[in-house]
Design a protein around this ligand. Structure first.
Ligand code: NAP
Length: 228
């Protein structure tokens, strides 16, 4: 049976897919007919999830540019294409007042939450999407729009990730749709609904340029930016 998302035969890379939101999204993508290439640091968990979802996986940190290159190469060689990238892996440290934030930990938050998503999109763009199109979803957070005690590094880096999605949406349209999803606090229960919402945004654009234009236009009208 064809799924309503039209993802049969598509291939997706999902970072931070060994548990939580990333696992739920990878499972939902696989359930919608896509083949998945998953990543996280724990090799046992990556092997288990890749096996359960009938996909492939590679253990490593998204903070390591070599891991992102190898992940892209694995996706392309094992799945034959890279239609979808879901940037989900994140660092929520350093936790605490910014006046106490150690520069190295602050930098790590930006390396994982902002630099790695850009690097992975660059890899996927060069390897597949520039020619064939695709879709990118960055998992942001509702907190990117608010300030709060002790989460300054996380919130600031996620706000940068949100801006990155908006910037990339403009630069890569109409070939590649770039969106972000900003969940509130997620516990196990709402994961299915979130994953459902997310894969609706992960539909590649190459056969849907009209939808892409409409989506971006609507978004531009509302927010003055090229992403939702
Ligand atoms: N849960 C929430 O309430 C909530 C709310 C708003 C936004 N979010 C966002 O949703 C995303 C997922 O959150 P979650 O709560 O599902 O997280 P989680 O349950 O802690 O899972 C995080 C996943 O990312 C992997 N990971 C962490 N650091 C990594 C790194 N440096 N390189 C590669 N993989 C890494 C983890 O595996 P390893 O440890 O093995 O690497 C794991 O698979 C994040 O972007 C988060 O900011 C979550």
């Amino acid at each position: 049976m064809t799924s309503r998302y039209g993802l049969e035969g598509r291939a997706a890379i999902v970072t931070g897919a060994s548990r939580g939101i990333g696992r739920a999204v990878a499972e939902a993508l696989a359930g919608a007919g896509a083949r998945v290439c998953v990543s996280a640091r724990d090799p046992d968990a990556v092997r288990r999830v890749a096996g359960e979802l009938g996909g492939v996986g590679l253990a490593g940190s998204v903070a390591d540019p070599a891991h992102l290159r190898e992940l892209t190469e694995l996706g392309l060689s094992a799945l034959g294409r890279i239609d979808i990238v879901v940037n989900n892996a994140a660092a929520n440290q350093p936790y605490g007042p910014l006046m106490d934030a150690a520069p190295d930990r602050w930098r790590e938050a930006f390396t994982v939450n902002v630099e790695a998503p850009l690097r992975l999109v660059q890899c996927a763009w060069r390897a597949w999407m520039r020619e064939h199109g695709g879709a990118v979803v960055n998992i942001c957070t509702e907190g990117a729009a608010h300030v709060g005690p002790n989460v300054g590094a996380y919130g600031t880096s996620k706000a940068a990730l949100l801006h990155l999605a908006q910037q990339l949406a403009g630069e890569l349209a109409p070939k590649v749709r770039v969106n972000s999803v900003s969940p509130g606090l997620v516990r196990a229960g709402p994961l299915d609904a979130l994953a459902d919402r997310l894969i609706a945004r992960a539909q590649p654009s190459n056969e849907r340029t009209d939808d892409t234009a409409l989506l971006l236009l609507r978004s531009t009208a509302v927010r003055g930016r090229g992403a939702v």
